[in-house]
Ligand binder design. Sequence first.
Ligand code: NDP
Length: 285
Amino acid sequence: MAIVMDGKKLSEKIRGSLKEKVAFYKEKYDRVPGIAVILVGNDPASTVYVNMKEKACLEAGYKSVVERIPESSSTEDLLRLVEKYNADNTIHGILVQLPLPKQIDEKRILYSIDPAKDVDGFHPYNVGLMHIGEDTLFPCTPYGVMKFFEEYNIDLTGKNAVVLGRSNIVGKPMSALLLKANATVTICHSRTKNLPEVCRTADILVAAIGKPNFVTKDFVKEGAVVIDVGINRLDGKLVGDVKYDEVEKLASHITPVPGGVGPMTITMLMYNTMKAFEKSIKINN
Ligand code: NDP
């Protein structure tokens, strides 16, 4: 039976230490980390997510601003808002909630965020730094996965890591962070041949494809560490990309869905905002 890696517990631990840091900086400099979240329209899932982010940030003592603007907003409207927060020195992180309505030029918006405030880690400048092995603002979901390895003392050096999925928000940055941690990395996608066979070479298997219960025991080598990033709705329930009941019998460690990687994403957004804030404190003091 695998060790279940508890994302709720790890999240609470990290949020607790962020809260302590906020209190320290407030006392020492009378400044706190600030985050601005821009939400365009009323997409229910995005609204829930933005509310969760706001609540978590406020609980930790961050300054949190949420700009809710209409669905009909233009690229220029959004650019003006981003510029406003780029120039605001009480704001250290800017997040534009995706997806954006069709009429908005998503790339122009994301690329207009000051890379020093790009707490989603999607700006090409930060992506570039990550790929050349520098410390920067890393995308929250894969960064959260790296925290599991740290917490559960899983040494990645020389391990075979297989990442299922090559999206810009999960699969690709995941593979870059694993490589940075000295794993030998293979990236799989929808055109990969002999998928189960490739996955069975993994000491570390990260599933991020968005297909419920796709990763069965045939994909998993005994003793592998299995990280399930997938969040899928199946028959009214949340399930991952990994067929949990089967795989947990083989794996040495596994993340559940829900309660695994999911809770870590907002936590790492707060972590990145603290990182950006600390950098600005260093520069300004
Ligand atoms: P995308 O749809 O952007 O990417 C999916 C990737 O999986 C693509 O690279 C695709 O390949 C690959 N893929 C799809 N089907 C198969 C298949 N049958 N075999 C092999 N590869 C396949 O998804 P995201 O990366 O955005 O998200 C992945 C999952 O993670 C989703 O369930 C999402 O909800 C979840 N997620 C969870 C987060 C969290 O906080 N825990 C945050 C972000 C995402 P190709 O490139 O060839 O099309």
